[in-house]
Ligand binder design. Sequence first.
Ligand code: NAD
Length: 392
Amino acid sequence: MIVKPKIRGFICTTAHPEGCKAIVKEQIDYVKNAGKINGAKKVLVIGASMGYGLASRIAAAFGCGAATLGVIFDKQGSDSRTASAGWYNTAAFEEFAAADGLYAKTINGDAFSADVKNQVIDIIRKDLGKVDMIVYSLAAPRRTCSDGTVYSSVLKTTGGDFTNKTVDVKSGEISEVTITPATEQEIFATVKVMGGEDWKEWIGALSSAGVIEDGAVTVAYSYIGPEITHPIYKDGSIGRAKDHLAATAKEITKSIDGVTAYVSVNKALVTQSSSAIPVVPLYISILYKVMKEMGLHEGCIEQMQRLFAEKIYGGGVKTDENGLIRMDDLEMRADVQEKISKVWNSISSGNISECADLDGYRTDFNRLFGFDAAGVDYEADSDTAIGIPSIL
Ligand code: NAD
């Protein structure tokens, strides 16, 4: 079929197979050109099909030369319906990995479930023996726990109402949005979904099964951001979950032998999950404009390549005084943030095209689903039913 984007709010319900493949290839080429990384050799990536997880898998495989096992939660396509973008990304990743002689297998299922954890353990035992790195990069709206309880995360404040500017990415219209406070129950649920509990369950299960190499590293991702976004992010319900994630890193390191856990604070970027947060897309559009003009802009792959090459494996893990790896170092630079604050105060629907990189935002959003890739013929027929080699 000829695949066109079908955007509904902040999701696109179609994905382009060749486009996804081209964008995965661009990321692989970036990592290969950046040079070899003396790092992990057997890597498990949980949440491996999109955004930071996919970029981590690419950095591990094509930078470190690692065997990778990925956990994804994606939809297969058919002749009449496209797969999810993560499915096509993973199919392409495995194909490129095989071409370079790299081991790559993928499990498609709910990473929160005991069943998927057991499947992963079985494959590691059979194929790899042990893993020396575990990347935990889930961004999920809900979690079903082992007793059947379903928790849904919310993006709300934890104080009073918060009113600020937000943008309709499609029209470029700026308006005010008011975000209401989460209830204690909603905060609890958000921590259940996006906090560290499941990360610790993963590491505990892998450790008990004896499939973690002594001296292994595990990393999960967080965000802090500037004051403009604090009420909705750092001090909001999601921020509570991220606090829990950071506390869990310390707990894992203390209570599970042979593994050290880190939280890496990454840069704000357009991904499927960040586009759902009010206020943040406007901030990201301004951030893109400022960082591109200053020659400091990075996407997921630049961030993850640098994380692996410089912060985790380039001669000892580099953290701040709180034990956090700071991949947001460039975003949070005082000169970058000063420029953003000035723009934030004066930006309106009338001047958005000069003040923010809305086109860059839109392009990155389209590229999440395989659209806007260079060299792809979007008028040609696509095989939407392609399989992931290790699954089908
Ligand atoms: P994303 O939406 O691009 O990717 C999330 C991944 O998790 C996808 O591959 C998805 O398929 C997978 N996933 C979701 N639920 C799953 C489940 N139940 N089982 C298995 N896989 C599942 O998100 P992202 O932005 O790359 O986020 C990854 C992490 O990075 C999150 O912890 C997020 O908070 C953090 N982070 C994101 C940003 C940002 O600006 N995007 C910044 C800093 C930190």
